[in-house]
Design a protein around this ligand. Structure first.
Ligand SMILES: [Zn+2]
Ligand SMILES: [Zn+2]
Length: 171
């Protein structure tokens, strides 16, 4: 999205409303792929506070991602308040908290996308009681038990004995 700030650039205290959408189909963060089901909407204001232009906005989106335990698709609504500072030209570039822009236009997509990922829970679950996948057979345990658990509980030495016993011919 492009925000034209020419009206507020000159005077301290001037502000404009921001109401737009950041169009992205998907994005990758820390190796995890997120597909946007509902695009990032940005609603708020930009105010000239003298040194910088401050963006204060409510950001929301719905992304599709995978459950960290069972891997099924989940829809994850994300909402947060963006609070970003923009400065015109290269003069502000030493300050990492200020995003520089040229001319009269601010393009906040990257900085808001970054903030968005900071607000996504690192491990999203389809359900807080998700049972995950069986470590042995890979079955989704939310669909029912797989029968591996019983064997897991057996002491491996006894399991070896049981195997020998099973292989012995019946007398
Ligand atoms: Zn799950
Ligand atoms: Zn299993």
């Amino acid at each position: 999205m492009i925000i034209n700030v020419s009206e507020i650039l000159k005077n301290y205290g001037e502000k404009i409303a921001v109401d737009g959408v950041i169009e992205r189909e998907n994005a990758e963060f820390l190796g995890e792929r997120f597909v946007f089901i509902k695009p990032l909407t940005v609603k708020g204001i930009i105010i000239n506070n003298g040194k910088t232009l401050k963006l204060n906005a409510d950001v929301s989106a719905v992304v599709k991602t995978r459950c960290a335990r069972c891997g099924c698709d989940i829809e994850l609504p994300v909402e947060f308040c963006a609070d970003e500072a923009f400065g015109q030209g290269g003069a502000v570039s030493e300050d990492e908290d200020i995003t520089s822009f040229e001319g009269n236009e601010i393009i906040p997509d990257d900085i808001i996308l970054n903030a968005f990922f900071m607000n996504i829970p690192t491990k999203s679950l389809c359900d807080e009681n998700c049972k995950g996948l069986c470590l042995i057979c890979g079955k989704n345990l939310n669909d029912g038990a797989c029968g591996c658990e019983a064997e897991q509980d057996i002491d491996p030495r006894w399991a070896a004995l049981a195997k020998i016993k099973n292989n012995m011919p019946d007398e």
